[in-house]
Design a protein around this ligand. Structure first.
Ligand SMILES: Nc1ncnc2c1ncn2[C@@H]1O[C@H](COP(=O)(O)OP(=O)(O)OP(=O)(O)O)[C@@H](O)[C@H]1O
Ligand SMILES: [Mg+2]
Length: 371
């Protein structure tokens, strides 16, 4: 987008000289308060709204050089509440664009079945109508419909805003998984900064009047907000959220305090630097923390163990998840597990704090997974 402005006929300037270099095959998020011009910006990309000034190039060519119909068919479009055709079945919704493109019914239906599986919809829903689906399911249909003709570009306008937080998280994870497989160029609008940070490869923060406040990868946004507006928009706990971008695999784990539930009593004395022992089940999965005094009776009363918080996976989870685990346990220690959920070590809040300080001095977040 090259210095693009939109002034509506009533004089409202919705977007003001916006220049953005939207990367290929990545998710670019437009985020900002209500009325800041996000939807207008998105709609200029598929020419549902025509810019008043400036130009938009797609692969180097001005989008005005393309017939508007073919332009729109090369761009899937998903909106809040999915915007499904209420009088059409799920499968007929999904095959809308392929049919417009002249695909045979058989080929289009085959494609629909493949897409329903991809977005996590049971095949049995194909013959239903939108009103017979939950909000989250409808949203998945919206994504499937947008993907149907395999467009290189996906435009998504607050697609997950109308569903509850649990369903929303599921849809976000699903989108990241689909994106991993398909590598679309996605422009995603939201007013939720957490969603922006989780999904975005690049995040554009807009302020009212359609001004670009900052355009940066999420970790950079959290580290160095460009101005007080961006800082305020990021919220009070950006320091904690920034930890999502630091890997946990550098943490030094202790194994001494880990004991199996059937350990003989002589082993039930403190090891390492914690007075607590992490008791694991027969498969090595953490059950909870025991105070050694309470364990030396020879048997472990699982009901009397202290909570071990949420375990983290070194290499997969971030320092934020590790810190969360430590904070959630009354012992102040976090438990590291492997892919099977078996305890591989424990680490104290103090050691995590040390790793955070080191991360500060090195200063460059490394992983892109938010967790
Ligand atoms: N057709 C229109 N005519 C006049 N003004 C409009 C029109 N459409 C949008 N606007 C105005 O342009 C500005 C930007 O609107 P836009 O819908 O792009 O905002 P938004 O960032 O998507 O907001 P929200 O988060 O509430 O969806 C607002 O002030 C809005 O009132
Ligand atoms: Mg909008």
């Amino acid at each position: 987008m090259d210095s693009v402005s939109k002034r509506y006929p009533d004089g409202t300037v919705a977007v003001d000289r916006l220049s953005l270099d939207i990367p290929d095959r990545a998710i670019t998020v437009l985020v900002g308060p209500s009325g800041c011009g996000k939807t207008t910006t998105l709609r200029m990309i598929n020419r549902m709204v025509e810019p008043s000034e400036g130009s938009i190039l797609l692969d180097g060519a001005d989008i005005r050089q393309q017939p508007v119909n073919s332009l729109r068919r090369s761009m899937g479009y998903v909106i809040q509440n999915a915007g499904l055709f209420q009088h059409r079945t799920i499968i007929d919704n999904i095959i809308t664009v392929p049919r417009l493109l002249g695909w045979s019914k058989a080929k289009a239906r085959e494609r629909a079945a493949e897409l329903m599986e991809r977005v996590g919809l049971d095949a049995s829903l194909a013959k239903r109508y939108p009103y017979q689906l939950s909000g989250g399911q409808q949203q998945r249909v919206g994504v499937a419909r947008a993907l149907a003709a395999d467009p290189p570009v996906l435009l998504m306008d607050e697609p997950f805003s109308a569903v509850d937080p649990v369903v929303r998280k599921g849809l976000q994870d699903e989108l990241l998984r689909i994106q991993d497989e398909l590598g679309k160029t996605i422009v995603f609008v939201t007013h939720d900064i957490d969603e922006a940070v989780k999904l975005g490869t690049m995040v554009a923060v807009l302020r009212t009047g359609g001004h670009l406040a900052q355009f940066a990868p999420p970790a950079e946004l959290l580290t160095a907000p460009a101005d007080p507006f961006v800082e305020d928009f990021l919220g009070a706990d950006r320091g904690i959220r920034r930890l999502s971008f630091f890997p946990s695999d550098g943490l030094e784990l202790e194994t001494g305090p880990i004991v199996p539930v059937d350990a003989d009593a002589t082993r039930l004395t403190p090891h390492g630097s914690t007075p607590y022992l992490l008791v694991t089940d027969a498969d090595g999965r953490p059950l909870g923390w025991g105070e050694p005094g309470a364990l030396t009776a020879g048997a472990v009363d699982a009901g009397r163990l202290l909570s071990h918080g949420r375990p983290f996976r070194p290499g997969k989870d971030s320092l934020r998840t590790a810190l969360d685990g430590a904070v959630l346990s009354p012992t102040g220690w976090a438990v590291a597990v492997d892919g099977e959920g078996r305890a591989v070590g424990v680490v104290s809040q103090a050691a995590i704090g040390e790793a955070i300080r080191t991360a500060h001095t090195e200063d460059r977040p490394e992983v892109t997974a938010a967790g």
